[in-house]
Write a protein that binds this ligand. Structure first.
Ligand code: GLN
Length: 537
């Protein structure tokens, strides 16, 4: 059976529990210990699929088609192993399961209560991934901050697990903030003391305290935190602000977090850490030879989390190409035919982002036209691909009113149509075409050059598709459909051969880009942008 590590957060949200959990898992993995990470989120939505990106950032889709928290993206990018539905559980999903059981009469007339019924279901799911024998360690990130009403049942369940399992099989890592008071020139430990006290009141005691801080912690401060929070002196570690999240595993290694954890969990079989690939990546990331400017055309650009996986994919692809990718956010609502030259001139590539609904659509179409006509590298993802199809229909095929039925249900030329199986669906949550599907690539196309194979699998999240009734018309005018779903013929990739780099994909390649295996489409897009930068310099 696996050993369990719980990561809780204190003082404030946004301290980066996900990055700390991922870094710890990475360090264990580097020593030959298999680890997975799961996240328990306190909100009532069954999953984040129905949440607006402004509320919750990007919705990360797993291989098996679960719509999950964006922290799962970090887990995969760090570990280079896929997660699944089981890796993300919300309060909503817990209650849904328990209520369904109640309706089925499974509680045999008992009163159904938070303790034990809700906590039992939380416990079942917390233990699940560790029971398959696939992992040595399961790290569970508890969303929210200790003291929140919403996360109380999760913390109570951690208490029960800590009580039930042998001491060497479970541990708690508490992430907290040590604020620096500029006026007093002092780091303050009081908020941390309070948050550990609050955690202890619920019966959960941390084994390690990881302190987020802008300034290094002195030994005195560490000792003080250890004493007042009742943890071993060596188990208070600092987590200094880093220039990139990809440096955090190394910072944690310096603080010996992996050693502390292995000691507490009595893990005696481990290797010397092998972070060779990670370090090669980091060296390249930190020593770019040049810079490329990529326009990210989207409607959620005010919130960086909305395009998290795309931004991280740029970082992976930039390091691979030894360039710094400078992402210029362009709000699609602000692009018009009059100002498009001024807005996009000087960029080395355009990525038109995924999205839903009508807002900012015309700006995206104008941006595609600009990239196509000016031979600027273009990369469209999901909605971005659909916009490339609409642009081509309107401006090359001359179908002036071409549109997607998502935006214009009455368009005389619905070049993007609702997928057949979607037409019967009325519920919103979890009903899109989700997760990994195969795609067959035509030989001697740009896609073939990029992937180096004719058979790929990529992840999806959409309701609409290329309308194959228009296939011939597009082919006649030179748009190539270079990737198709083998079962349905659904167009997955479109490209333009008479252009340095013009490609649109119905799927989300950003969801599979990791430090050790950057997404090929991003790598080639950045390479094309690099060429564009040198030829236009
Ligand atoms: N709104 C489009 C669809 O549902 C695109 C979705 C997306 O970009 N993820 O097909």
């Amino acid at each position: 059976m696996a050993k369990y590590i719980f990561v809780t957060g204190g003082v404030t949200s946004s301290l980066g529990k996900g990055i700390i959990a991922a870094s710890l898992a990475k360090l264990l993995q580097a020593r030959g210990i298999t680890a997975t990470i799961q996240k328990f989120d306190p909100y009532i939505n069954v999953d984040p699929g129905t949440l607006n990106p402004y509320e919750h950032g990007e919705c990360y889709v797993t291989e098996d088609g679960a719509e999950t928290d964006l922290d799962l993206g970090h887990y995969e990018r760090f570990l280079n192993t896929p997660t699944s539905q089981a890796n993300n559980v919300t309060t909503g999903r817990i209650y849904q399961t328990v209520i369904n059981k109640e309706r089925a009469g499974e509680f045999l007339g008992k009163t159904v209560q938070v303790v034990p019924h809700i906590t039992d279901e939380i416990k079942r799911r917390m233990m699940l991934l560790g029971e398959a024998g696939k992992f040595d360690v399961v790290i569970t990130e508890i969303g929210g901050t200790v003291g929140d009403i919403e996360s109380t049942p999760f913390i109570e369940t951690v208490r029960q697990i800590q009580w039930e399992l042998p001491v060497e099989d479970v541990m708690v890592v508490h992430l907290t903030l040590i604020p620096y008071l500029n006026a007093a020139k002092e780091l303050k430990t009081k908020p941390t003391q309070h948050s550990v006290r609050m955690l202890s009141e619920t019966g959960v005691h941390p084994d390690v305290i990881v302190c987020r801080t802008e300034h290094p912690l002195t030994d005195d401060i560490k000792r003080k935190i250890a004493l007042f929070c009742n943890v071993k002196a060596g188990n208070v570690i600092e987590s200094l602000d880093a220039s990139t999240i990809y440096e955090v595993p190394l910072l944690m290694q310096k603080e010996q977090l992996d050693l502390i954890v292995m000691k507490k969990l009595n893990i005696t079989k481990f290797n010397e850490p092998d972070l060779t690939k990670w370090n090669v990546f980091l060296t390249k990331l930190k020593n770019p030879k040049s810079i490329v400017n990529i326009g990210l055309i989207g409607k959620y650009i005010e919130l960086q989390d909305a395009y998290k996986s795309i931004l991280e994919s740029f970082i992976h692809a930039g390091a691979m190409n030894e360039v710094k990718v400078n992402v210029v956010n362009v709000h699609s609502e602000n692009i018009t035919s009059e100002n498009v030259n001024e807005k996009l001139d000087g960029l080395d590539g355009l990525l038109v982002a995924p999205g839903f609904g009508n807002r900012g659509i015309e700006g995206k179409i104008i941006a595609v036209q600009y990239a196509r006509e000016n031979k600027m590298p273009f990369f469209g993802i999901c909605l971005g691909m659909q916009m490339a199809v609409i642009e081509f229909a309107r401006n090359v095929l001359g179908l002036k009113q071409a549109h997607s039925v998502e935006m214009d249900p009455n368009s005389p030329d619905p070049v993007i149509n609702m997928m057949e199986e979607q037409k019967r669906i009325t519920m919103m949550g979890g009903t899109m075409r989700l997760g990994s599907y195969p795609c067959l690539i035509t030989e001697n196309t740009l896609a073939h050059k990029i992937y180096g194979t004719t058979s790929i699998n990529e992840r999806h999240r959409h309701r609409y598709e290329f309308n194959n009734e228009y296939l011939n018309a597009f082919h006649e005018k030179g748009m190539v459909t270079s990737g198709l779903n083998p079962a349905t013929g659904l167009v997955e990739i479109v490209e333009l051969p008479n252009h340095p780099f013009f490609i649109g994909v119905q799927y989300h390649p950003e969801l599979k880009s990791t430090v050790e295996a950057p997404a090929p489409l991003f790598v080639y897009f950045i390479e094309a942008a690099k060429k564009h930068a040198t030829t236009t310099a």
